[in-house]
Design a protein around this ligand. Sequence first.
Ligand code: NAD
Length: 500
Amino acid sequence: MTTELSHWIDGKRVPGTSGRFADVFNPATGEVQARTPLATREELDAAVASAAEAQPAWAATNPQRRARVMMEFVRLLNRDMDKLAEALSKEHGKTFADAKGDVQRGLEVIEFCIGGPHLLKGEYSDGAGPGIDIYSMRQPLGVVAGITPFNFPAMIPMWKFGPALACGNAFILKPSERDPSVPLMLAELMKEAGLPDGVLQVVNGDKAAVDAILENETIQAVGFVGSTPIAAYIYERGCANGKRVQCFGGAKNHMIIMPDADLDQAADALIGAGYGAAGERCMAISVAVPVGDKTADALMEKLKPRVEKLNVGPWSDESADYGPVITGAARDKINGLVESGIEAGAKLVVDGRDMAAPQGYEDGFWVGPHLFDHVTPDMDIYTQEIFGPVLSTVRAQSYEDAIKLAMDNEYGNGIAIYTREGDAARDFVNRINVGMVGVNVPIPVPLAYHSFGGWKKSAFGDLNQHGPDAFKFYTRTKTVTARWPSGIKEGGEFNFKAMD
Ligand code: NAD
């Protein structure tokens, strides 16, 4: 039976009124398991109006009490970890272990938010002039919104609403329509943790809801994560409408493998970073760049058997390395790009097209693992974000060629270098125009107390996600210059009479 999902408004599940729905699949079976309502502008505006009513009392709740809600939320996330991970795997397709990782990396940002009062302290200059003090405080923006992608349905919503709420804002979450169940469960847990009704609203929807967010005058800021074309659209429209906007987009992450690298380590890293979560990660490595043909040949020898051994299966199969991709359309797009790579002359070292679907899951959205060698920068499999289990190898003849390749790429989310040479690594870290850099670390996602964000077309706006940047993004600074005239003291005592 198909479940009908809802919105989360004023502390309860509320059915949609638009009459429009999106199908939510179980990607392992290909079945429609639920449908989610797609909000109208009127529904979005009503959710915002009620959030605006709830926000002042939440902002007036002292930061420590707000932090205690986060603390309780962490406890509830740990309590419900398996339940959340199962719901997530069923809609997204990722393995159970991976789904728990998705919740965990969100939870860590909530843990960081427990220390939020420290980041909201402001600054003070005593005696900036005669009887003059200057102080700055950070105040919440009001009602803010987050628009999130399908690939981390627990982590990214928490990256957005955690810091925003800790700062005293009300939050409108518009999750991906592909896997909306976990965001609703998170909102329920926030209520159980003590968040007042109306402060966190989940409005499900598609472009219509997004456009309503961009045009709603009450919403002060928008945080987006998703593909680059939509990131660019939201950034432009949001800024034009006077909002504070940060948008995180797509990626094409390279791993440079120097001739002195530990090739076993590099090959293992490429398996996890290239094929984990079926390649549906913005920090996945999708391009291997071995330096020199000798390195490339040796790397291919190590990679080929590892890729061939990858086990693809449903989330309930503990031995699965990765699961299905999110939709049939995503599978067809990936397959189309694989065909284009073959036609363009790249060498398909491991052909995943023949992979048999796991037994009993014949209609799932499966894509076998692919490994390409001799890819050139003009091919579509290099220029486009594939977002699937496909690793392309572009051979570089020198370190300079390798670094130039990555620097010329339009994306700049993550990158890694594998080497034993400290000099080369330092030079690389300094010169590379990418936001998150790994040295012998394949997926350099910063922990919650640092900030996450790419460069070039992988991010629009000037502050990153989580860490101290998030507290800057979700607050505005008010600076007060106060003068208390002297002359009210007599003989060293305050003359309170003079104040009457
Ligand atoms: P997407 O851009 O299709 O969707 C993201 C959000 O935008 C969803 O909520 C969706 O409903 C909305 N949306 C989709 N089309 C829209 C339109 N035409 N107008 C307005 N809103 C629209 O992205 P996705 O497929 O859900 O997620 C995968 C993408 O996200 C990949 O490109 C991946 O690299 C990127 N991503 C980036 C980061 C990062 O931090 N840089 C993190 C995770 C994912």
